[in-house]
Design a protein around this ligand. Structure first.
Ligand SMILES: *Cc1c(COP(=O)(O)O)cnc(C)c1O
Length: 374
């Protein structure tokens, strides 16, 4: 028989693995990492993804999940049970807030939102049952940057865990665990996979026991990732370094043009010197600022719709971080579920448009936006 040694891990498109006899089954239960049993518990493709992301984040172990949402869910459950309380940065992905408000609340886990300005003085928000703070390295949609080292110190002084959603930054800009965070999690759907063709997530822990707990939650709640999606994410991940470099380069060019444009009232991009956390972003991101930004147009629905219709290279598609550019509208999509008061407090108004700058030639993106602004 010809020996087959593929360079790339094949897709193990199987839900279950075979055992010769009971000895082999015993072998498995003596060391569950020695072979595979059932794909929900583990699969060569999801393990390859887990190992790659764990290494990038410098973790002690990780779980690959069916989505970013399930990574957030698993991370909160790793530390919390009924009766517990969590803190959450007010500037947070809309889905995270919806999960906390509508689902985790039913499980008896309560939440208090902390305004950005008060993230480093958490004492006033802490209750005896508070377990953790959930925050984003670079927030959505206003691109505010959290000082993770300071945040970790503040959390640990109060006996809290720090759970960081590192989706916007990627581990190439920032490795939260190295700055003291306890869990770093991702919507792998975004930069890590990078091609807008897979939904996936991952949560990485600094402590091996927490990593084992994340894995167990993944298996028991059925949150783990399928072989095909894992394989696609692994393939995307191989070019992360190249992609992120181009995303950053293009976003800087786009932001600098937009800042000069009379049709744009504000540009929120950490790479601009007048961004409120520019110095921190530069230090924490190793000189890279990512590919996401938001811009403020006229607070007028017709003006925004006209801009969207004229954009050729930025289709309105409510996601982000693909190699192809896109734009989104926080008020109507990610932050739709917030109360009008919350939306106003976060600066999410009628004119706010979020750009995900892709890896196309920078001058083509700049030119397209210029013509769309008129
Ligand atoms: C998209 C996103 C999520 C949710 O991830 P899904 O893969 O869509 O479940 C969580 N956090 C951030 C910052 C995101 O952008």
């Amino acid at each position: 028989m010809t020996s087959i040694t593929p360079k790339i891990t094949p897709i193990y498109q199987t839900s279950v693995f075979k055992f010769q006899d009971l000895d082999e089954l015993d072998q498995y239960f003596q060391d569950t990492s020695s072979r595979y049993l059932y794909s929900r518990n583990g699969n060569p493709n999801s393990d390859e993804l887990v190992n790659a992301i764990n290494q990038l984040e410098g973790g002690a172990g990780a779980v690959a999940t069916s989505s970013g949402m399930s990574a957030i869910f698993a991370s909160i459950l790793a530390y919390c049970q009924t009766g517990d309380h969590v803190l959450c940065a007010a500037d947070i992905y809309g889905g995270s807030a919806a999960l906390l408000n509508t689902e985790l609340s039913r499980m008896g886990i309560t939440v208090t939102y902390v305004p950005f300005e008060q993230l480093y003085s958490l004492g006033q928000f802490v209750q005896p049952t508070t377990r953790l703070l959930l925050a984003e390295t670079i927030s959505n949609p206003l691109l505010r940057v959290a000082d993770l080292r300071r945040l970790a110190t503040e959390c640990h002084n109060l006996g809290l865990k720090l759970v960081v959603d590192n989706t916007f930054a990627t581990p190439l800009l920032t490795k939260p665990l190295s700055l003291g965070a306890d869990i770093s999690l991702h919507s792998v759907t975004k930069y890590l996979a990078g091609h807008s063709d897979v939904t996936a997530g991952a949560a990485v822990a600094a402590d091996p026991e927490v990593a084992a707990r994340l894995k167990q939650i993944g298996v028991f709640y059925g949150l783990t990732l399928s072989p095909m999606e894992s394989w696609l994410a692994v393939r995307g991940l191989k070019t992360l370094r190249l992609r992120v470099r181009e995303h950053c380069h293009n976003a800087q060019a786009v932001a600098e043009m937009l800042q000069q444009h009379p049709g744009v009232r504000a540009v929120y991009y950490p790479g601009l010197p007048d961004h409120a956390q520019h110095a921190l972003a530069k230090e924490q991101g190793g000189g890279m600022f990512g590919g996401m930004m938001s811009i403020l147009l006229e607070d007028d629905q017709e003006a925004v719709s006209g801009f969207m219709r004229r954009c050729q290279r930025f289709p309105f598609a409510p996601s982000l971080a693909g190699v192809d550019s896109s734009l989104s509208y926080p008020l109507g999509t990610s932050h739709r579920a917030l109360t009008p008061e919350q939306q106003r407090d976060l600066g999410i108004t009628l004119g706010l448009v979020r750009l995900s700058v892709g890896i196309e030639p920078a001058e083509e993106l700049v030119e397209d936006l210029r013509q769309a602004l008129g």
